[in-house]
Design a protein around this ligand. Sequence first.
Ligand SMILES: Cc1cc2nc3c(=O)[nH]c(=O)nc-3n(C[C@H](O)[C@H](O)[C@H](O)COP(=O)(O)O)c2cc1C
Length: 335
Amino acid sequence: MKTAITEMFGIAHPIIQGGMHYVGFAELASAVSNAGGLGIITGLTQRTPELLAKEIARCHDMTDKPFGVNLTFLPAFTAPPYPEYIAAIREGGIKIVETAGRSPEQYMPALKAAGIKVIHKCTSVRHSLKAEAIGCDAVSVDGFECGGHPGEDDMPNMILLPRAAEELKIPFVASGGMADARSLVAALAMGAAGINMGTRFIATKEAPVHDNVKKALVAASELDTRLVMRALRNTERVLKNKAVDRLLEIEREKGASLKIADIHDQVAGAYPKVMIDGDMDAGAWSCGMVAGLINDVPTVKELIDRIMADAERIIRDRLVGFLDGTGQAQPAKVA
Ligand SMILES: Cc1cc2nc3c(=O)[nH]c(=O)nc-3n(C[C@H](O)[C@H](O)[C@H](O)COP(=O)(O)O)c2cc1C
């Protein structure tokens, strides 16, 4: 399949693996890129720019296909040394960066000078337009369904994607709730040039996380995520567990006076405990509603091949079937 995104990033399939804290290591990024998608290493999971340089080198050893690095811009008081992370990215020969969080405006000159294509993740049309205005090459439009930070507008992709298509000139991918060929075909129909998946890629053989995490995703339904940190205007969609139950209790008790320190035990340091140790109640970790569509743990290649084959079948048999008036249109079932 050829879209503006496959052309821009030099990839075979319009499928991107979004940056994920403690998941986006070289194992997963290289597996996605080797399967024809765009794998992304999560920059800040590497505690120093030197460690990121090593992770990039490790990924180069595992694939000769393009892959990217995610740089998440956090609030200023916790700012990591971004210029040095960007230097590691540039010197590692990376040509694609997924930015997220705050606007990447300040860092655009450095990224562009290095010939890097920037895809910024946004949860609203206004932020997407800002990204376009500051020179981003593409946008990842992240709907309310998404795992991680959906923003504060609560805009689901059925509205957000067509709105983005109405306003944007640069290409965009649909992010949040994307799981299979139905997601891809629907996203393309709504104006996107591909999809970005987070949660779905965690439940793959190559994702370097504890088996308990994959089992939890297969077991979870679409009803099992919760929104936390609303009162802090830093909303995060996470999988329900004991720590999240306690966190929500504290949020109810504190109301608008909630401070990040009040929920420190439920959020700080949760990722290594969950992703590496497999302690599923250790703390809050990002997870999308799409967990309800995850029923297996395939290899990344099986997942991507299946999405592309099913997408072709849905388009040719089901959709064209409607136009032909054969009345035989196949249901949009996927493997
Ligand atoms: C466990 C997990 C960790 C994530 N960490 C990050 C991160 O560090 N930076 C970032 O930009 N996005 C992060 N995300 C968001 C994903 O890149 C992606 O935008 C999101 O998962 C898309 O929604 P989906 O989960 O419904 O596919 C994370 C998502 C998950 C599930």
